[in-house]
Design a protein around this ligand. Structure first.
Ligand SMILES: C[S@@+](CC[C@H](N)C(=O)[O-])C[C@H]1O[C@@H](n2cnc3c(N)ncnc32)[C@H](O)[C@@H]1O
Length: 317
């Protein structure tokens, strides 16, 4: 990568020595952190249509990541003079973000339900709306009673690990068809010392034999194959197999609902995240499969996002 002249130099400001790393070459003067943050925030705001606050936060996250310091450090050291190497590194991170790469992939992590998860391009970036699915699951799990939970399409492990953390007495099975995604989920469990989760590579229920669970949760792929959103924003960088689900986006939800009765204990719950316009179809699938107490919950934006139902405690004969 070619070195870019520091904004400091462009503005004809004084040129303090770099605090660490190698020195600046002749004719260039170093940038302070404050200058870099201001310049980066302005570029991010303009290029990504962010608010000023969001852009500032992203610039700080990139700087903290590039300099391997806490964000609080940046605030106390905004007069820090960047070495040429540091400046180049931060410019490289900034350019990736300006090119549209999701900040979570650049930083390699994302917060989800009190946990910090490592994320790579092999996994979907956990979304705030998926926390609603975790809430709905926790509301149906006693904090004291041991139980068996199945998370279908675990990705980074977000849902499985949040539930395992909140319900240490539960035994959680996390399934994904993608080996690379499972490796990320497994590494997250190890890093968080969550030992009540097992990982299984499987096409939905195929690897589970006749096992039954008290609760099945899934945030499956639910985007229609020709949905233009797939060519926009973060979705362009996420694994297509985590997003696309047939012509109407319901192919995986259909498969999961259809076989859930074979894997639920009497009185067990099936909870699904779905697209904002799929609640009616989901409820119809749950009804047709024989579920009771069917419900839909809205996310923070007021959009129907999670539906579920209870498998009858006694199946009519
Ligand atoms: C929308 S992502 C959800 C990831 C994670 N649960 C979350 O909420 O962030 C869907 C996941 O389902 C997995 N998947 C897709 N088809 C599958 C299948 N047939 N069997 C098992 N997993 C599948 C994908 O690999 C992906 O990790």
């Amino acid at each position: 990568m070619t070195r870019t002249t520091a904004p400091h130099a462009e503005q004809g400001l004084a040129s303090p020595s770099p605090s660490r790393g190698e020195g600046w070459g002749g004719g260039e003067t170093p940038a302070t952190l404050a200058h870099w943050l201001n310049g980066a925030s302005a570029k991010l705001q303009a290029a990504l249509n962010l608010t000023r606050r969001e852009a500032r936060l992203e610039a700080q996250c990139l700087a903290a990541h590039g300099l391997k310091v806490a964000r609080a450090w940046l605030i106390a050291h905004d007069d820090h003079c960047l070495s040429p190497r540091q400046y180049e590194d931060l410019q490289g991170l900034l350019q990736r973000r300006l090119d549209g790469e999701p900040i979570a992939y650049i930083l390699g992590r994302r917060a989800f339900y009190d946990l910090e998860l490592v994320v790579t391009p092999a996994v979907l970036i956990p979304r705030p709306e998926t926390e609603l699915l975790v809430e709905a699951a926790l509301a149906r799990l006693s904090p004291k009673t041991p139980c068996r939970i199945l998370d279908l399409g675990t990705g980074s492990g977000a849902i499985a690990l949040a539930l395992a953390y909140q319900r240490p007495q539960a035994q959680v099975t996390a399934v994904d068809r993608c080996a690379q995604a499972l490796a990320v989920a497994r590494a997250n469990a190890q890093r968080l010392s969550l030992n009540n989760v097992r990982f299984l590579q499987s096409n939905w229920y195929a690897g589970l034999d006749a096992e039954r669970f008290d609760l099945i949760v899934a945030n499956p792929p639910y985007v229609a194959e020709d949905d233009p959103h797939l060519r926009q924003g973060d979705l362009r960088f996420e694994p297509p197999e985590a997003l696309r689900a047939g012509p109407d986006g319901l192919a995986d939800i259909r498969a999961i609902v259809a076989s859930a009765p074979e894997h639920l204990r009497p009185g067990g719950w099936l909870l699904l995240e779905h697209g904002h316009d799929q609640a009616t179809a989901c409820q119809a699938l749950l009804t047709a499969a024989g579920f009771e107490t069917i419900f839909t919950l809205a996310d923070l934006a007021g959009l129907p996002r999670v539906s579920g139902g209870r498998w009858p405690a006694r199946v009519a004969t």
